[in-house]
Write a protein that binds this ligand. Structure first.
Ligand code: ZN
Ligand code: ZN
Length: 348
């Protein structure tokens, strides 16, 4: 079978690799769809993520769906051959203190596919722990099933932000996660939702996802716009979903006294600056969001009922043989490429 390896900065190569057999507690999956995440792009563009560098070529991709081809011994009864599933990329140890606390995403021994040294889903078939695959209903497409993962990331951030009915919300960065944060704020009953980005097509998507004020940061001062519209008060909750160093501070500047800032993005330079006097005088709560924890059930419910349109995010699709083009398109912010999708079963 074929797999797409990252060999170095902007260097994706597709080659043949041996198939693996599912062992006890594992399943073999034919991968249907893989979303290229901002964190994959970090690794693609910088050769590392948060200082973690891969020593050898790595298969990226952690937002994936597929079909079960074979079950290893001891597979749980709810799984069967032919079952469509979402692949949960996180494999917690279920033994450590944080697993016991229910914070599986903070597990001390967490394995995460597509993150060195675990290979990811950009391949035709993969073996994965049965406990980390989630059956999906037929009403959710392959692309939608893959994008339950970023929806989970947005859900985790939304839970941390705890938007209340009637609150004002700002989302900076209208990639997939930012757009999903907009959508979830709308579903949570937000009053005014501000969305900021520099790409017009992304702001159009933000409007479709429920933003009331779409601020093009190339044309307007987003802080001034937020303060003017809210009578100098600022927003109750600001989500940072870009990866630019100054956006966390913009969230702080746009937040109201006693407001919350939720940081979802991963800064390219692995650090960001907050103006201490602003954060202190407003007594802001700054919360960092890490991946997700127990979000699949809620994500499936939202997608199944059409409350979140995941397919709208994944319209750009490429076969595995053209994975390099998918990365390049995503890295260059091609119009309409919110989530570049690689479809390993697509002929090409
Ligand atoms: Zn991701
Ligand atoms: Zn653990």
């Amino acid at each position: 079978m074929r797999a797409a390896f990252l060999h170095g900065v902007r260097d994706i190569r597709v080659r043949e690799v041996a198939d693996a057999e599912p062992g006890a507690g594992e399943v073999l999956i034919a991968v249907s769809a893989v979303g290229i995440c901002g964190s994959d792009l970090h690794t693609y563009l910088l050769g590392n993520i948060g200082g973690v560098r891969s020593d050898e070529p790595i298969v990226l991709g952690h937002e994936a769906s597929g079909v079960i081809l074979a079950l290893g011994a001891d597979a749980p009864a709810h799984l069967r051959v032919g079952q469509r599933v979402a692949i949960d990329p996180a494999i917690p140890c279920l033994q450590c203190e944080f697993c016991w606390r229910g914070q599986h995403h903070l597990c001390l021994n967490l394995k995460f596919i597509g993150y060195f040294p675990q290979h990811g889903a950009l391949r035709e078939r993969m073996v994965h722990p049965a406990r980390a695959v989630v059956p999906v209903p037929d009403s959710i497409s392959d692309v939608g099933a893959a994008l339950l993962e970023p929806l989970g990331v947005a859900l985790h951030a939304a839970r941390l932000g705890a938007v209340q009915h009637g609150e004002d919300v700002l989302v900076i960065g209208c990639g997939a996660i930012g757009l999903l944060c907009v959508r979830l704020a709308r579903l949570a009953g937000a009053r005014r939702i501000f969305a900021a980005d520099r790409h017009v097509w992304r702001l159009d998507m933000a409007a479709n996802f429920g933003a009331d004020y779409c601020l093009n940061i190339e044309q307007v001062d987003l802080i001034q716009e937020v303060l003017r519209t809210t009578n100098k008060r600022g927003v109750d909750v600001a989500f940072e979903a870009a990866w630019v160093t100054e956006t966390a501070n913009q969230c702080a500047l746009a937040a109201r006294n006693g407001g919350r800032v939720i940081i979802v993005g991963i800064p390219a330079e692995d650090s960001f600056t907050l103006t201490a006097s602003v954060v202190r005088r407003k007594e802001l709560t700054i919360i960092y969001s890490r991946r997700m924890n127990h979000t699949y059930e809620a994500a499936i419910a939202l997608a199944e009922r059409g409350m979140v349109d995941l397919d709208a995010l994944g319209k750009f699709q490429m076969p595995l043989t053209r994975a390099a083009e998918a990365f390049a398109a995503a890295a260059e912010y091609h119009d309409g490429v919110v989530r570049a999708m690689v479809m390993p079963q697509m002929k090409g």
